[in-house]
Design a binder for this molecule. Sequence first.
Ligand code: PLP
Length: 444
Amino acid sequence: MSKIVHRSLRGTLPFAVSAQGVHITDHEGKQYIDASGGAAVSCLGHQHPDVLAAMHAQIDTVAYAHTSFFTTQVAEDLADTLVANAPAGIGHVYLVSGGSEAIEAALKMARQYFVETGEPDRSVFIARRQSYHGNTLGALAVGGNEWRRKQFAPILIDVGRVSPCYAYRDQLATETPEQYSERLAQELEATIAEIGAKRVIAFVAETVVGATLGAVPPTPGYFKRVREICDRHGILLIADEVMCGMGRTGTLHAVEQEGIAPDLMAIAKGLGGGYQPIGAVLASTKIVDAFRKGSGLFQHGHTYIGHPVAAAAALAVQKVIARDKLLDQVKARGAYFEKKLRATFGNHPNVGDIRGRGLFWGVELVEDRATKKPFDAALKLHAKVKAAAMQAGLMCYPMGGTIDGERGDHVLLAPPFIISEAALDQVVERLATAIESGTRALKH
Ligand code: PLP
């Protein structure tokens, strides 16, 4: 019996013994195509020689130096690169070790900003239902999955809730996508008014919703209206791009496609491509200036912030993406993937929706395509599809259905940016087998 808590909870899993490119091989020699990048992490695939070389070189130079005493060239270079490519107004980077830490730090930065600028009564965040922002207490508090939070109540932060932007389920037949965006904007306005605009710190949302809904992009104009409402009330906008960011949707940041810039943005996963645990908060100059003019510094800090080997891995990942023009490849391969997914599942009786951007796709599974009726959550279709996919040699990321009203099992797909068209063909074939076998298991 494994002594690792997460393993003993999850039962028996294969051992990963080697990995190369888009494949991972287990202890029995079975090869899996990594069509989920783990959890939208492995953007360059596995064992990329340039990233490994950069990590080795850094280990041989300075493997660790605490940030109270030293900075390192590699952490400075990474920060410069991230700022140079960031949305307008972002002037600073705070390096952390993962996505939850990035969200946690962003929430604290937003709170401290208003303390520094003389508005300490702003103490409430607004976030969306059916959202995931991480598993630390602050991140759980803003996350919209009640089932994840309830055993930890009372949780630290007060959070107002609005609806997710989820057109497949919630856009009315009588509405255009733009009208649906407007309805959601008005709901946000009303929620702000109910809480009191001067009490709200920030609105927190994933630009393209990953794990909880399955690669759901916003409807046209949604984020423009959100930005405009936040600005009018002096409320900050925090974009969670932990999963959808760093090239996954075809632009470095998903907000670029919305034509807006957030005040704070959390990134992680693809930042280090899985080679090292690393995340970051991209912070606007206005926020960091307020700290500098006020108490002097952001009141935070973890032992491993700015870890040199993690920074080396992330910097190498960013250099490879730029050198090999991988954002263009994400767009091209993404278009190919979309075409294959629609050709294979477009008329499938149990596929209700196919949506996504770049190499970030979601396939929503339903019992009845016409009525969009989901499968009963208790049947755990997602778990059956995952088991069948692993059987077929496919890593994908199925998530559960109706808990908390998520309404629909879905499969999230986030393959490495370097994946070939032939490998994408295999992904779609194996996914078809897994969905067939998962849904068949429910019928017997
Ligand atoms: N935010 C989003 C949107 C995520 O998808 C995740 C992880 O899946 C997190 C935050 C938390 O990141 P981590 O698991 O690295 O702590």
